[in-house]
Design a protein around this ligand. Sequence first.
Ligand SMILES: *Cc1c(COP(=O)(O)O)cnc(C)c1O
Length: 376
Amino acid sequence: MTPKIDRFLAERQPDTPCLVVDLDVISANFGALRSALPQAEIYYAVKANPASPVLQRLVELGSSFDAASLPEIERCLTAGADPSSIAFGNTAKKMGDIAGAHSRGVRLFAFDSEPELEKLAVAAPGSEVFCRMLVANRGAAWPLSGKFGCSAEMAVDLMIKARDMGLAARGISFHVGSQQTEPGAWQAAIGEVARIFTTLAEKGISLDLVNLGGGFPIRYRDDVPGLLAVSEAIRTAIARAFGNRPPGLMIEPGRILTANAGLIRAEVVLVSTKGYGEPVRWVYLDIGKFGGLAETMDEAIRYALRTEHPDAGTGPVVLAGPTCDGADILYEHAGYRLPMDLKAGDKIDILDAGAYTASYSSVGFNGFPPLREYYL
Ligand SMILES: *Cc1c(COP(=O)(O)O)cnc(C)c1O
């Protein structure tokens, strides 16, 4: 990965498993995103990696934040974020948490239903709100559709209600699904948002914010469209849909800012077969689904792996975690191959693992501690 991470691993020989993140890569990613979409305000999706050093670095870079809970909001504030730079993006919030966010100065809230709007009107009166629209998540490795958002028809009605409740109806948000590899997904959604803007303008409500969400893909094992392909698709769609009156843009990147900034160093616990002469070896690692690799669920996110035997011949493997839970299998069908001379005690690196790992690790299932984290 980066020289900084390699030096740390060589000198410190940390206990495994552990996540090691190079914060300078996050800075570089932030810069690349800012130049690819200069019109958009960047709200980092805190859930991707809520570690304090990450949040502090992003505060220094001038990022805003998309938080999903009161504790995430507090982490941002502790890291030095201004409350005006935080959006409470969860569409299902407890009344008390809305009030807590409001009392700490947060003024921008998401919703996708009338009951949530009623809560916002009571607990965060006068706040700015955006409505999350349901969009298809085809092309996403980690879909977010179904659970979040409402139909365009309902969004129109809800924005009118928001205004009538004394809230500031700012705009529409969507999320095309995480690790979205079809730039056309953003284009279709932007077209739908523009139609909502037009309908509401006819009813006297002028919106000025399109929240394009996250979903920007990164290269794990397989190639994906680059950031420039996605940003170009977005720019084209905005120009086509809004002409010379472009709305304010907001993006909520998570994965693309932090994933390639870190790797997980793990250790091989056991290499075995289930019968004599079977070609497929089972490789048990000291990290699994409960230790931070939750995104291997359904083999959705397929990490690239690095071993100490790069030039050896390889053979097919099933990869599994260390716990006594039958569900703790990482990859069985994704066609992973590892060196034939791999053995217990060998180190193995899980690459591009800086997003959606450490904060997913359990507090101590089977006695295994949460994933260790180092930020360099
Ligand atoms: C998780 C999430 C994001 C971040 O998505 P990525 O695919 O990691 O960029 C952005 N917005 C919302 C509302 C989310 O829930």
